[in-house]
Unconditional design. Structure first.
Length: 350
């Protein structure tokens, strides 16, 4: 009995020793297996931010481990739409496929943005190195942002003035992308005996300015295309405007037909009036129309909203959305210093 117990005890001890040895020796074998030649891959920097049209540059480094002397072939995965990835050497010379490094060394991984076609945002790009059965990857981040820019705007785009008068344009310098530099304003194409003044002449974006165009008695009459110019250290933009200098004694008149209407709201149609502009004494200006008197929430509008020299426009009242009753509407016609009004009535019934 004692011998049997001793034999069992010895057997258990041998099993325990064997298992312990396998755990101790196993890592040694694995370490030995992993100590063969290998390579590493890294990137510097790991993230880049560029403007549309720019190029991101990453230094890809291949390091040798344990006497590695193999050839590493580099490939890339670029999920960013409308960008072009490529490799160059450290001197900037483009390398044609296959892109390889012997043993260890550096290459530049570049990503070019196709201008405004490239979407705004961030994506992760992967560069993979392969040498036989060995393969390692490194990821880099690319962020594309808009190019800072600005736009010019004027209210109005066309101004009418008599010789000796002043045409006033309210200007705005806008941006949707942010713009760090001030913009200087100027104008070209002015007729003779005309000067322009800006207040202010330089605008921080976004911002506004007023352009006053001063004429005198010798300023020629006519319609002149002038150009507003906005200039910064990096960008210049222009905006086409019109200056109309009308003869001193010129004017225009307006008439409307019909002068009153009765509209059934249930018919679902607008009340329509025809407004006619007639030029007097060589008038060449642009007449702009506005209106007052419509009930709150009811639309009354002109189509088109302006006419040059003479012609007709339609004045429409949205009867289907109107309350019942009789309403007096004022039509206002303006061209520079000239202003004329007339009234019409509309009666809306069920």
């Amino acid at each position: 009995m004692f011998r049997t117990r001793l034999k069992i005890t010895l057997t258990l001890l041998l099993l325990i020793v064997g298992l312990a040895a396998s755990f101790l020796i196993g890592p040694v074998h694995r370490a030995a297996a992993s100590s063969g030649p290998d390579f590493t891959i890294s990137a510097n920097p790991t993230s880049q931010t560029i403007e549309r049209g720019g190029t991101a540059v990453y230094d890809i480094h291949i390091g040798a481990l344990n006497g590695f002397t193999g050839t590493v072939t580099l490939t890339d995965t670029d999920p960013f739409a409308k960008t072009v990835p490529f490799f160059t050497d450290l001197s900037g010379n483009e390398i044609f496929p296959p892109v390889t490094i012997n043993g260890s060394g550096d290459l530049l991984f570049k990503v070019f943005s196709n201008g405004h076609q490239t979407p705004i945002g961030t994506a992760t790009l992967t560069v993979t190195g392969t040498s036989g059965s060995l393969q390692h990857s490194v990821q880099v981040s690319l962020t594309v942002v808009p190019v800072p820019d600005f736009t010019l705007f004027s209210s109005p785009f066309t101004q009418t003035v008599k010789p000796g008068g002043t045409a006033v344009y309210q200007l705005q310098v806008k941006t949707t992308t942010g713009f760090p530099d001030p913009v200087s304003l100027s104008v070209t194409g002015l007729p003779a005996n005309t000067t322009a003044a800006f207040s202010p002449g330089t605008v921080n974006v976004p911002g506004s300015s007023e352009m006053d165009i001063h004429t005198n008695a010798q300023t020629p009459t006519g319609s002149f295309s002038i150009t507003l110019v906005g200039t910064s250290t990096s960008v210049t933009h222009t905006l086409a405007l019109t200056l109309e200098v009308i003869p001193p004694n010129s004017d225009f008149s307006i008439s409307v037909s019909p002068t009153s209407q009765t509209i059934s709201r249930s018919e679902g149609v607008n009340a329509v009036y025809t407004v006619h502009v007639s030029a007097k004494n060589g008038f060449i200006g642009t007449v702009v129309f506005t209106t007052t008197g419509a009930p709150s929430g009811v639309i009354a509008f002109f189509n088109p909203d302006s006419v040059t020299t003479s012609g007709d426009v339609d004045f429409l009242y949205d009867a289907p959305q109107s309350p019942l009753g009789t309403f007096t509407l004022t039509i206002i016609a303006t061209s520079g210093p000239l202003r004329h009004t007339l009234t019409v009535t509309v009666t809306v019934v069920a």
